[in-house]
Design a protein around this ligand. Structure first.
Ligand SMILES: [Zn+2]
Length: 417
């Protein structure tokens, strides 16, 4: 009886939150149209001029052009450095706005716009001093949903692009799914996938894409689902539908989208012929010079050359896991024995050194001293949720799932969480 009541409660919370999201979404749509109207009629009042920083522009040149004295230029440069940590302008990126009370009066305010999310305002005080203020602009975040399907002869990249998923988001999704899927063997025509991700708006204009909030892929081995979730301690991560950590300590395929040309095989020494046919790793075809990212965080325990592996690096990740990368054309700068590397950090570049017939990465995972198949070995999650976080996660997941369900029927809408 109690259980039933609890389920009803969480469902009703989800419904209320979801209802709120729809209302907010509607308000946002109305605001969007209202803003558009204003923007269309917004005229330059003559007292503001915006300068886009071009190559060769310096702050002192731009200020001098606006009639500032050398003393003012020095003062403004000083205050910008001390109060806003700005020492130079970036060409083709930064904008400066000059504000005057009247068209022919001196500039009373300078606004430097280094990003759509940050403005630095320098203005004169009553006693003729300059003061500096940094204003952070909060994006209006909209969660949008894109769904697609793998067609015959497709890659996930092609299908994702066709579904309207931007490249940067697709690359992140690929990185996430690579923990759970083998893109070489798990992808087939007819499989469906979807992504819920953020778009950042300012003043009704889309500025850029935000974070990936949820991913779903109908893989051969089962439906893979991942959700971005913020724990009570403020740390965020991706979790499967049951709240298990989706980010694994190691990647099965260190290089995204690389084709497997030779799989792992553990055949023993042939008893009669006497040679071994084992292949202790997986080969990924990639062109010479392709960066090789570390499959997981760890420490370089070997870096060298031997006739079989050519240039190789071995990483130790924890007390049981090691990975090895062979046939490199060269090592990444500064990566030597003893270097600590992050997951995804480039440790070297694809090549064909050692016993190799063409450029490829030979990748091994060694568990407790034994070679294991990188494609099937069970990999530990980096972090799982504690009891309290798990409870909150399951409620949040229901909200997100109902949002996804709504968006799957209204593909042009968005939700706000
Ligand atoms: Zn190999």
């Amino acid at each position: 009886m109690k259980k039933v009541k609890q389920i009803l409660n969480t469902n009703s919370i989800a419904l209320v939150v979801f209802g709120l999201a729809i209302v907010l979404a509607l308000v946002a749509i109305i605001l969007l149209f209202a803003r558009r109207g204003v923007d269309g009629t917004l005229a330059d009042d003559g007292h503001r001029s915006v300068v886009a920083v071009a190559s060769g522009d310096t702050l002192s040149k731009l200020l001098t052009d606006q009639g500032f004295t050398n003393a003012d230029v020095l003062e403004i440069a000083k205050i910008l450095k001390s109060d806003a940590d700005v020492t130079s302008l970036r060409a083709d990126n930064d904008k400066i706005e000059f504000v005057r009370t009247n068209a022919d009066s001196p500039v009373s305010k300078i606004v430097i716009i280094p990003s759509p999310w940050r403005q630095i305002e320098i203005s004169t005080t009553a006693d003729g001093q300059w003061q500096c203020e940094t204003i952070e602009i909060k994006p209006d975040i909209r969660a949008v949903y894109r769904a697609g399907e793998i067609l015959d002869g497709d890659s996930f990249y092609l299908a994702g692009g066709r579904a309207g998923i931007p490249d940067g988001i697709l690359a992140e999704v690929y990185d996430l799914l690579a923990f759970e899927m083998d893109f070489e063997r798990d992808v087939r025509a007819g499989q469906k996938f979807s992504v819920l991700y953020e778009e950042n708006f300012a003043d009704g204009q889309k500025i850029d894409n935000g974070r990936v909030l949820a991913v779903q892929f109908e893989a051969l081995r089962g439906n893979v689902k991942m959700y971005r979730f913020k724990k009570a301690d403020g740390k965020t991560g991706y979790y499967d539908e049951n709240g298990n950590g989706a980010i694994k300590s190691l990647k099965r395929t260190p290089i995204n989208n690389a084709r497997i040309t030779s799989s792992f095989s553990n055949r023993r020494k042939h008893p009669v012929l006497g040679y071994t046919r084992a292949h202790k790793g997986v080969d990924f075809r990639a062109s010479t010079g392709t960066p090789i990212p570390a499959a997981g965080a760890g420490r370089v325990v070997a870096r060298g050359y031997n006739s079989g592996h050519g240039n190789y690096i071995k990483l130790r990740h924890n007390s049981s896991f090691e990975t090895l990368y062979a046939h490199m054309s060269r090592f990444a700068k500064g990566v030597v024995v003893g270097t600590t590397v992050k997951q995804g950090q480039t440790i070297g570049y694809v090549g064909s050194t050692g016993l190799s017939t063409g450029p490829h990465l030979h990748y091994e995972i060694i568990k407790d001293g034994k070679h294991v198949n990188p494609m099937t070995v069970k990999l530990p999650a980096i972090s799982n949720l504690g009891q309290e976080d798990k409870k909150r996660f399951l409620e949040y997941r229901r909200v997100l799932d109902s949002g996804i369900e709504y968006l799957s029927e209204h593909p042009d809408a968005f939700i706000q969480l």
